[in-house]
Ligand binder design. Structure first.
Ligand code: F6R
Length: 612
């Protein structure tokens, strides 16, 4: 968690790193800071809160510098405060470090350094790094050079356990930024006579599309004209330039009030792009990024789908769909639980890992667990070049483009679309003929989603009616229950209203006790098989004076128990979660807006959770 940027070249380095850092604010916004090299030596500025506060601290006076690093933080060790904000320095103030990740053994290292007389200035795990580097430089007692400094960093890294992406400056080494990576992402944007460093590509593409992706255990020395990548043992690494194809405009708000709203409006395009080249003219499916032979596919006796948050909710839909069409046992599990549950994994298991960022620590850990037990891993991932996309055995890239709003929207639809394609492809390999109906339905989805978006004015009126509710229940059966899970998450994370999803039939086994005036209940009645039963459940809610909103397929009868209705276009039952979710994203967005919430950056959350 946290975002890093760095720069060396002829531009104003502080302005450049701070502008680029704004692209990474979704990764954390508890505090931010910048360090730069000037004629005076190493200068640092830090502020609690968002990057705007850091700009206020600088008050338009950016130091004259051509080498800088910066950081936006999501606190793990030490509360959000100026002294815990990065960059952190050694006691002499000559070395500055920004860090994304966690140093697990920092407490023991800190004790050791304290016993040697080092005085710490923060409560963070990160501060041990500049102090360890400084100690090693003292031990070397040679003139500081790029080589000796690199050596000191490598010694320091050999002492730490945990994860890190690092950018480091030394007051005695102008025009040089040192970087390192282990289990946290870091890229170098390669320019002409200048180079950029960032936690992800979106922060550098306005300057360059030529990117070097650091891998775990690598270390870099970056000057304006040269990027030297090495292994921690000093061996030089030859890395090919990765050419980014998406453009900078895709990472901007494009006239919408919030990234989240822009991204909701990108749903139809996202689904269309995710289907492109995979759903063929003749209605069959092709998965070019997944090089398994038919024999390999049919060797999978079990499937485990793993992800966190929204990605997990996509997996829950995938499980239901796969079991129905493949008749093979499938589990959907939260990645943070998967590893510790001693999952049954072997060479006959396919583990599908879902992630927008491809950097979620728990999902990466689940992938490693699966691989170590001999299972085959397939990543459904949005960010090209992310760790998951590189390390899984096979990859299906969702084509959502950059998702900046912390609340995941278009990525969820892309994940559902990708899972439909995987399930149908597997069925096709098994010889099933069901793909024809699905091909028609999938192709029709983008236009159905456009129709959902046109209902925004109606949904705004609904949001106005519900925004003061004390609590929300989202109810459904089957796929509608799966939709409830994600709809409730969307509302709670951005509006801060307590929202809970329940299988509708379970309400009378406990939660019904909570229903009273002021409680809103959204009931999804889109599944043909269970529509009537759902309506009976909603009547039970109405009888307890809850506010009932029924979500129905267009053409369905208006149930008299509903205070409000929302009609969504109908499609095949398993694809209804894709259609229903757009209205729920719009509803959550407007409820949060009416309550004055920080939509793109909800409190306590960050877009990419790179710590366990
Ligand atoms: C919710 C949300 C999170 C993410 C989760 C996984 O709106 O965005 O629940 O879905 O943190 O992130 P990725 O998909 O990047 O692995």
């Amino acid at each position: 968690m946290c975002g890093i940027t760095g720069y060396v070249g002829n531009r104003n380095a502080v302005e450049t790193v701070i502008n680029n850092l704004k692209r990474l604010e979704y990764r954390g916004y508890d505090s931010s800071g910048v360090a730069c090299l000037t004629e005076k030596g190493l200068e640092v500025a830090r502020a609690v809160g968002k990057i705007a506060n850091l700009e206020r601290v600088l008050d338009g006076h950016t130091p004259e510098s051509h080498t800088a690093i910066s950081h936006t933080r999501w606190a793990t060790h030490g509360k959000p405060s100026e002294r815990n904000a990065h960059p952190h320095r050694d006691s002499a103030g000559k070395i500055a470090v920004v860090h994304n990740g966690i140093i697990e053994n920092y407490a023991e290292l800190r004790e050791e350094l304290i016993s040697e007389g080092v005085v710490f200035a923060s409560e963070t795990d990160t501060e041990v790094l500049p102090q360890l580097i400084a100690r090693e430089l003292t031990r070397l007692s040679t003139q500081i050079s790029a080589e000796s400094f690199a050596h000191a960093i490598r010694v320091a890294l050999s002492l730490v356990r945990g994860s890190y992406a690092l950018a480091i400056l030394c007051a005695d080494l102008p025009d040089t930024v040192f970087v390192a990576r282990k289990d946290s992402p870091l890229v170098v944007g390669v320019g002409e006579g200048e180079n950029f460093i960032a936690s992800d590509i979106s922060a550098v593409i306005r300057y360059t599309r030529n990117v070097l992706l650091l891998e775990d255990g690598e270390f870099g020395i970056i000057t304006p004209d040269k990027v030297t990548l090495l292994k921690l043992d000093g061996q030089i690494v030859a890395r090919e330039i990765f050419r980014v194809t998406w453009d900078d405009a895709a990472a901007e708000k494009g006239g919408y009030a919030h990234f989240m709203l822009k991204e909701i409006y990108e749903n139809p395009r996202t689904v269309r792009e995710t289907l492109r080249t995979r759903l063929l003219e003749d209605g069959t499916i092709s998965l070019p990024g997944v090089p398994f032979t038919p024999a390999k596919w049919t060797s999978f006796k079990r499937i485990a789908i793993v992800g966190c948050g929204t990605a997990y909710h996509a997996g829950v839909v995938g499980k239901r769909f796969f079991e129905r069409i493949l008749r093979r046992p499938v589990t959907a599990e939260v990645a943070s639980e998967f590893r510790y549950g001693d999952p049954i994994l072997d060479a006959e298991t396919l583990v599908i890992l879902i992630s927008q960022s491809g950097e979620t620590a728990d999902t990466l850990a689940a992938m490693r667990e699966a691989k170590s037990k001999g299972a085959t891993t397939l990543a459904v991932v949005n960010v090209v070049g992310s760790t998951l996309s590189r390390d899984a055995d096979a990859v299906l890239l969702t084509q959502a483009g950059p998702e900046i709003g912390v609340a995941s929207t278009k990525a969820y639809l892309a994940q559902l679309t990708a899972l439909s394609l995987i399930g149908l492809y597997f069925a096709q390999v098994q010889g099933a003929t069901l793909t024809a109906d699905y091909a028609v339905a999938l192709r029709e989805l983008p236009s159905l989603l456009e129709r959902c978006l046109q209902k925004e004015p109606e949904i705004i009126a609904l949001a106005e009616a519900l925004a003061s509710s004390s609590c929300f229940f989202y109810l459904g059966r089957g796929y509608d229950f799966d939709t409830s899970l994600e709809a409730a998450l969307k509302l709670k994370e951005i509006s801060y209203i307590h929202a809970e999803a329940y299988p509708a039939g379970e309400m009378k086994h406990g939660p019904l006790a909570l229903v009273e005036p002021g409680v809103s209940v959204i009931g999804f009645c889109t599944q043909i098989e269970t529509e009537e039963k759902m309506i009976s459940n909603l009547k039970e809610v109405k009888a307890r004076e809850g506010t009932v909103v029924a979500v129905l397929r267009e053409g369905a009868k208006n149930p008299d128990c509903a205070d409000y209705t929302l009609f969504v276009p109908g499609t095949l039952d398993p694809l209804m979660p894709i259609v229903s979710m757009v209205s729920m994203q719009i509803l959550a967005y407007h409820v949060a807006r009416l309550r004055g919430c920080e939509i793109d950056q909800p409190r306590n959350l960050a877009k990419s959770v790179t710590v366990e």
